[in-house]
Write a protein of this length. Structure first.
Length: 147
């Protein structure tokens, strides 16, 4: 099956059935209402005798929708955001260079500000800034040589 046929016959109708692209509701016996938005955001609707016809119509007319390849981008972003090392994600994705994985396949999460603030929120967790880090031979500790 050609990519364009897969997209038109399988992928986009699947998005409609999953509720990710337009909507098809039962309006009565042998009546299905298809509702979708166009590129300008105007909502359209039409009635059909089968769910399949309604879903196919929405798949053809609705703007936007998730591309199959978007799942690959989402997977790479999820792995990196979950702390999987970049070189491992690079191998899983089959990229020759880690820069391809980072520059083209990962995307900044919506809550990145919160994540960054969380890293710096508690300096007590930082081993370089411990408050009670005194050397045993320092004058403040009361220990060491008494010469």
């Amino acid at each position: 099956m050609l990519r364009s046929n897969f997209r038109r016959q399988v992928w986009r109708p699947s998005l409609v059935r999953a509720g990710l692209l337009g909507e098809v509701t039962e309006a009565g016996p042998y009546r299905f209402r298809a509702t979708w938005r166009d590129r300008e955001g105007i909502e359209w609707s039409a009635e059909f005798t089968t769910h399949r016809e309604a879903a196919a119509h929405v798949a053809t007319k609705a703007a936007g929708g998730l591309r199959f390849h978007d799942l690959r981008h989402g997977y790479a972003t999820y792995l990196i955001s979950s702390g999987v090392p970049v070189n491992v994600v690079q191998a899983v994705m089959g990229h020759e260079q880690a820069s391809t994985t980072l520059n083209r396949y990962t995307h900044t999460p919506a809550d990145f500000h919160r994540v960054i603030r969380g890293v710096f929120a508690d300096p007590a967790d930082d081993p370089l800034t411990k408050k009670d880090d005194r050397r045993s031979d320092s004058p403040e500790s009361g220990e060491g040589d008494a010469r």
